[in-house]
Design a binder for this molecule. Structure first.
Ligand SMILES: [Zn+2]
Length: 259
């Protein structure tokens, strides 16, 4: 009988352990979708010597490589790994269909004043200012290069701040985790890479709106600033940016899995 009790206790303990790990497994970071902004017929923002699409791709591929090397348990999926043009809808769909736990869209910023520089990490949310809304408008404008865009986005008018506010309410649930990661990234950029951080901001990005998991859009610097454009095209700087994003993701993963 004593052995039987011990056996029951053992079975019960095993059951509890597996129940616990099942509970926690939903918080794990298992699949990350990396989205190199623009591509193909959409060059993105244009600098003096380069296109945004040709900077976002190598940074994204490097980020995926570093994650695979250091956190081999994480599955990496790219929305594009060449000079192709997946629609914004398609990019979000790739993340949703693959049950991704995180969506990261990589971009470069631009502005008419060429002295402006620095990084900004955006998450989906209400537009806080007109200046932000202009960034969203520009990143959303890829839509107009897509065929059938009227049908695909019939509920979404990227130029209307009203439709944008309505849609963003559905996003509240994933904002918290996106905010944590966005802050970690901007922190890494400013403290470890020496990029001027313009902070974490919220705005309404089509590519973030359609995803169902925590999602962020990183403007890694201004392609319209001569000095920053040079850096953004520099292989070593691209590796620094990717490494900084990786360290933020690693810290975010530890945070998720310890809570
Ligand atoms: Zn962009």
């Amino acid at each position: 009988m004593r052995y039987f009790n011990t056996f029951i206790l053992l079975v019960f303990t095993l059951f509890l352990t597996s129940f616990n790990s099942n509970c926690y497994s939903q918080y794990k970071l298992k699949t990350i979708v990396i989205d190199p902004g623009h591509g193909g017929k959409d060059p993105g923002s244009i600098g003096k010597k380069s296109y945004e699409k040709n900077i976002t791709l190598p940074i994204s591929l490097e980020l995926g490589r570093i994650i695979k090397e250091n956190l081999p348990g994480i599955k990496i999926i790219y929305t594009r790994n060449d000079d192709s043009f997946p629609s914004l809808y398609k990019r979000a769909e790739i993340a949703n269909k693959n049950d991704a736990d995180l969506f990261i869209s990589i971009h470069c910023d631009s502005f008419s004043d060429t002295s402006v520089n620095g990084s900004t990490t955006f998450l989906m949310g209400l537009s806080k200012s007109n200046a932000n809304f202009n960034v969203a408008k520009r990143e959303n404008s890829s839509i107009f290069l897509e065929e059938n865009f009227k049908e695909t986005y019939k509920d979404f008018n990227p130029n209307s701040s009203e439709s944008v506010m309505l849609l963003s309410l559905t996003q509240k649930a994933k904002i918290d985790n996106s905010t944590i990661l966005a802050n970690l990234i901007e922190d890494q950029f400013s403290k470890r890479v020496g990029i001027r951080s313009r902070g974490v901001k919220q705005d309404v990005f089509q590519v973030l709106w359609n995803t169902t998991m925590p999602s962020i859009l990183i403007e890694t610097g201004y392609i319209t600033n001569l000095e920053e454009e040079k850096k953004l095209n520099n292989k070593t700087h691209q590796v620094y940016i990717a490494s900084a994003i990786f360290r933020a993701i690693r810290d975010y993963k530890n945070y998720l899995e310890s809570n």
